[in-house]
Design a protein around this ligand. Structure first.
Ligand code: SF4
Length: 479
């Protein structure tokens, strides 16, 4: 393993806002600085808090690695940090507001400490230099398309510049780092494609993350091999539209071929990928999953809305019928697959009839999990200029209706699993309950009596009871 830093920590949680944990004691850290020859810590400290999606979580891991290579040391509390970074999300208004409330803390106190405060990610890109007016305590504003410049930007601040920005979207590069400071000891993220060339009318991503650009397959494969050599047993490939991957190298591997090549790496137990765009979802992806048990039998395929009228307004580039064809293809696979989705309710102009079509589609698919949200207009989007016509109370009612319908679907799907046996990766342990938390390849959680020492192990568990969101089981004798 080269240039890889691994922190041995309890498995990551499902929190959407994460803060990188402080580094474990030295004996728990595996670090090879053969290439960088950097001193480990120069005495300066950093704190990163991350909002939003897995892409942001992994970006923060890479930014943290960059800072480690510069000699910075992570701390748990922003008050102890010389460099405070907020990696922001603007997918919904609430998420965007959170960063301003965090920054408020620096208005009041701790002004006597010399520290650099920076904002990264989508809100940084969206607000740009306006950020300095809204939050004068901020000195660094950097969007994700400029992370490869983050080291240089910090150098400039350290050298005395007052304010620096990295806001260019004109790039064909992906953010490559020599060190990534990963936050989970078993599952590692690998970004294979950045940006997005789709143009969904409600979405800020094409404006905040820039154009689509894929990493060469040889670099992705080399990173995957290094991770497996380092002991990771599960890899999750990331991209805003992961299945739109287009290999820029001469190998020209198609996305399903890349999946199969990674899955062949000896020692890798599980390979996941997220998020797939329905337009680019092909039967070859399903065939790849059928042919490799390493490929997890779970597909996240965002629907957003079940009405063709709304899908066209959202510019999703598929119809309800086309989406359902992809679902039939997944359902016809030799391995049973679980399917999850994202849904927005109350989009501009959504009528009761449109909403009913979403309900009928979730009935037809029988999703294993649905992430549902009320629409909120985002600045600089096409939908932001449309009339946000559905009243807030009505959006709330539709959300509750949809969630209740889906709860019943999940409960009945999970109850069908009682008595069956599944292999799980133990990802956590609840000491109060004495329960291990395992995840199946189909992305279901099973809680079962266990020990903290099982974290990181694979074992078979028989399902004994089912709720809408998780299962209860016992360790099987075979496992
Ligand atoms: S596919 Fe649509 S929703 Fe997804 S990131 Fe691209 S523009 Fe946004």
């Amino acid at each position: 393993m080269e240039n890889e830093l691994i922190q041995i920590l309890p498995a990551g949680s499902n929190r959407s806002e994460r803060q990188l944990q402080p580094l474990a004691p030295a004996h728990e850290i595996l670090f090879n600085d053969a290439a960088t020859k950097q001193p480990f810590f120069k005495g300066k400290t950093f704190y990163i808090e991350t909002f939003g999606c897995q892409m942001n979580v992994h970006d923060s891991e890479k930014v943290a690695g960059t800072l480690l290579a510069k000699g910075y040391r992570p701390v748990e509390n922003y008050e102890d940090a010389d460099l405070v970074l907020y990696n922001t999300c603007s997918i919904r208004e609430k998420a965007a507001q959170k960063v301003f409330s965090r920054l408020g803390a620096f208005k009041k106190g701790a002004r006597n400490r010399q520290r650099i405060i920076g904002v990264l990610g989508c809100v940084a890109q969206q607000e740009g230099e306006r950020f300095f007016d809204r939050a004068p305590q901020v000195q660094l504003v950097c969007g994700s398309a400029s992370y490869s410049r983050i080291s240089e930007l910090i150098d400039r601040l350290e050298a005395g510049e007052k304010r620096v920005t990295g806001l260019s979207l004109d790039t064909d590069e992906c953010f490559e780092t020599e060190i990534t400071r990963r936050d989970n000891p078993f599952r590692a993220y690998i970004t294979i494609i950045e940006g997005c060339d789709k143009a969904c009318t409600y979405c800020v991503v094409p404006m905040t993350r820039g154009p689509e650009r894929s990493r060469p397959s040889d670099k992705v494969l080399a990173e995957a091999r290094r991770l497996v050599d380092a002991g990771y047993t599960e890899i999750q490939l990331l991209g805003q539209t992961v299945n739109s991957y287009r290999d820029p190298s001469l190998a020209r591997l198609a996305f399903p071929e890349l999946l199969l090549r990674i899955a062949e790496i000896p020692g890798l137990k599980r390979l996941r990928f997220t998020t797939s765009h329905p337009h680019d979802f092909t039967s070859e992806i399903v065939r790849a999953i059928e042919n490799s048990p390493v490929l997890c039998n779970h597909i996240h395929l965002p629907l957003q809305c079940g009405s063709n009228r709304m899908l066209a307004r959202m510019r999703r580039t598929y119809t309800r019928e086309e989406y359902l064809e992809k679902i039939s293809c997944i359902r016809s696979a030799k391995r049973a697959m679980s399917i999850s989705t994202d849904i927005i309710v109350g989009f501009c102009g959504e009528t009761e009839e449109d909403f009913e079509q979403t309900l009928s589609l979730i009935d037809a698919v029988g999703y294993d999990q649905v992430f549902s949200f009320k629409y909120s207009p985002r600045p600089n989007t096409d939908a932001g200029r449309m009339e946000d016509s559905v009243p807030e109370e009505e959006k709330g009612r539709r959300l509750i209706t949809l969630q209740e319908r889906q709860r019943q679907i999940q409960l009945s799907r999970n109850q069908e699993l009682i008595g069956q046996e599944f292999e799980v990766l133990v990802e956590g342990f609840q000491s109060k309950l004495g329960q291990a938390i395992g995840r199946t390849t189909s992305n279901r959680i099973i809680n079962f009596a266990g020990e903290a020492g099982w974290i990181g192990q694979y074992m078979n568990v028989r399902v004994t009871a089912a709720g809408p969101n998780s299962l209860v089981g016992v360790r099987a004798e075979s496992g």
